[in-house]
Design a binder for this molecule. Sequence first.
Ligand code: SF4
Ligand code: SF4
Length: 384
Amino acid sequence: MEYVEFGKTGVKVSRLGMGCMRLPSYEKEGKTIFDEEKGIALIHRAMDLGVNYFDTAPYYCDKQSEVILGKALAGGRRDKVWVSTKNPIENDSGDDYEKRLESSLKNLQTDHIDFYHFWGISLDAFLTKVMAKDGPFERAQKLKKQGVIRHISFSFHDRDAGDKECDNLKEILKRGEGILESVLCQYNLLDRNKEPGIALAHEMGLGTVIMGPVGGGRLGAPSPVIRDLIPGKVRSSAEMALRFVLANQNVNIALSGVSTIEQLEENAAVASNNTPLQADEISQIEDMMKENERLAGLYCTGCKYCLPCPQGINIPEIFTMMNYHRVYKLTDFAKKNYAEIGKSPWMKYENASKCVDCGACEKKCPQSLPIRAQLKETHQTLAG
Ligand code: SF4
Ligand code: SF4
């Protein structure tokens, strides 16, 4: 396992962190049950492989993730690892913040949290809730003095689509300068718009942790296009994606949300590879991904001018799925994703079959795309 200094925290971390959000589970009578024994075994295997950063959160795995991690670390393992968990900033109350921290300490069977995150923070939530008078920001500093929180961290989720320069993340970094010590955010081959924010965080001395290095599973699906970005160098699209993230010098840790020992061992092998991608390989990947983005843009730029559709069809989202198939050859992922439309809480819209051919969208599309025909083709391809 490779290890790096975690910003200026004084802590050395493994480049692969274990994300405890997809611990092993099975289905019983229509319910998902998290398998404590297998979860503990997975965490212990990660430690054997040299992983020393474990990331959890109160709501992961039906609220079982912190509990299973706590059990796995009980009996002498707690001080061998860094524990990261999160506080859902549901309001601006410092008292509520402390209550949620106490619950996490109990679940994790510990008296301190190494990296305690303001969870899922947008710039707006940071300014109005975290920074409120006697709110979470002030309490976190008090608790740090008491040793209950060792390092104050935040995870960044900002859905501001107009923020192309990553200004919202940069603004949080500036306002929290000297207090915030590490940041957790999304970054992968298909979603690189946080690169400037990650670079600034690194420059300011924060530890940087990446969630979703394989695009929340998108890049875990086999894709010859992704795998062959540098032909012959990697065995799978997942390896390509993880190596790309780890090659970024501003990234300290890539979190791997694994469910099986095999996935864990594969990812640990990638993070232990001491021949990182070279500069010419990285620029080759970047050029090819730019070309892929250009191809995807020929079909749909994602501008959303065609919305709303009176039938509730999310046209750009559906075209993005089609591009996963058409441009990136992530066909299995695209089909699975398409099947989730209307079922997943994140995809509360209709699929392409609901189009009634009214033509309203096509009048608004600056690309003059034949939206109706493309929706039909998408449905045939992804639902077929
Ligand atoms: S043509 Fe179809 S997709 Fe376009 S606005 Fe009408 S119903 Fe919606
Ligand atoms: S208006 Fe056209 S280019 Fe823009 S999101 Fe809709 S279909 Fe895509």
